[in-house]
Design a protein around this ligand. Sequence first.
Ligand SMILES: CC(C)(COP(=O)(O)OP(=O)(O)OC[C@H]1O[C@@H](n2cnc3c(N)ncnc32)[C@H](O)[C@@H]1OP(=O)(O)O)[C@@H](O)C(=O)NCCC(=O)NCCSC(=O)CCS(=O)O
Length: 379
Amino acid sequence: MTTYPMSDDERALVAQIERFATEVLAPKAAQIDEESLFATVHRDAMAELGLFGLNLPEEHDGIGLSGPALYAAVEAIAGACGSTASMLTAHFLATDSLLLGADADLQARILPGAAAGTSLGAFALTEPQAGSNPADMRTTAKREGDGYRIKGSKCFISNAGAADFMVVYAKTDPDAGARGVSAFIVEPKKIDGVAIAPHEKTMGLKGGHVFGISFDCWVPEENCLGDEGTGFRTAMKVLDNGRIEVAAQATGIAEAALNAAISYAKERQVSGHPIADFQGLQWMLADSATELAAARALAMQAATLRGTGVRYSSESAFAKLYASEAAWRIADRALQIHGGYGYTRDFPLERYLRDLRIFRIYEGSSEIQRTIIARGLLA
Ligand SMILES: CC(C)(COP(=O)(O)OP(=O)(O)OC[C@H]1O[C@@H](n2cnc3c(N)ncnc32)[C@H](O)[C@@H]1OP(=O)(O)O)[C@@H](O)C(=O)NCCC(=O)NCCSC(=O)CCS(=O)O
């Protein structure tokens, strides 16, 4: 285990998660990818370990890991199965929305089931016409009786097909830009008016299913997270957390790729020598190890600020931007070291690359991370 700062109890739990990842998740990862099996196949076993509540405090029946320990846990899961990590971290986006934006009653109603893994969450922000710019969303929530009618559509929403609850972001004041956005709990299995399309066929993370959703549904007013108009800020704070988890997924997969390259370089013989003897290859491994260490150092900077009340949008953007781009280079070098074998499905390298590609796009593209960083510099 990498030496991240954490308590002895956290270290023991992360070691247990690493064993689970190696023994349960890793052996099924290729099948999940090959057959596009929804990673919820692991849901019961993950729930038993408490994984769905890793980010939630004990008062909500969660485990309440610190930022660094949560990072280590997500990294271990992603290193074994990227799809499973993506399914889990999408659930964290939903529960973080409640933690950061909802009142105590709504938290008490939804979070214990979410922590137990009996209730799966989805985070419904992105729309066909509003991806990088969510303030421009078209979904509306209009007052109707003692509640709201939500109308509109969302796309690329992880977990939606199995979700027990969704946090849906919608405009309560369409003329107020970001300040007109509010967030709502929608429980699609309990109400009419939520239509979920078949999951998208994606390049990677094939078990981390994403869906389009159409809404024409009514929810009671107590399903609104906090006050009307606070939804955009909640979503942005959630994404500050989520981007650290994307960095964790990236470094988890990058480490798996680097380890595969090291093993292969020691075994593969050319002209009577293991290819690890050649300096050109050693330098590739050295560059990858350096970039992995740098990505983790940036991520730890953000992870240690998580939950402190300090805003860390720039640190979180540094972490996601660097880790997602470095992980791509690390996995690409690892595939190159494997030569033609790396390009086949007999080895996991091509899956690692396919799984990594989305990290430069979702939860804010690399370009959006640069925008956030630049705004911080120029403010
Ligand atoms: C690039 C953006 C950050 C820019 O957003 P805007 O320019 O539209 O908004 P701002 O004017 O910056 O802010 C409006 C308002 O919000 C407050 N704010 C902004 N950021 C934060 C924050 N991090 N913490 C707290 N508050 C924040 C800001 O102070 C303003 O407040 P006042 O109105 O002045 O009071 C944004 O557009 C952006 O992040 N874009 C990327 C969107 C994105 O990442 N989408 C990903 C969706 S989820 C996904 O991809 C996967 C989902 S899954 O797997 O299912």
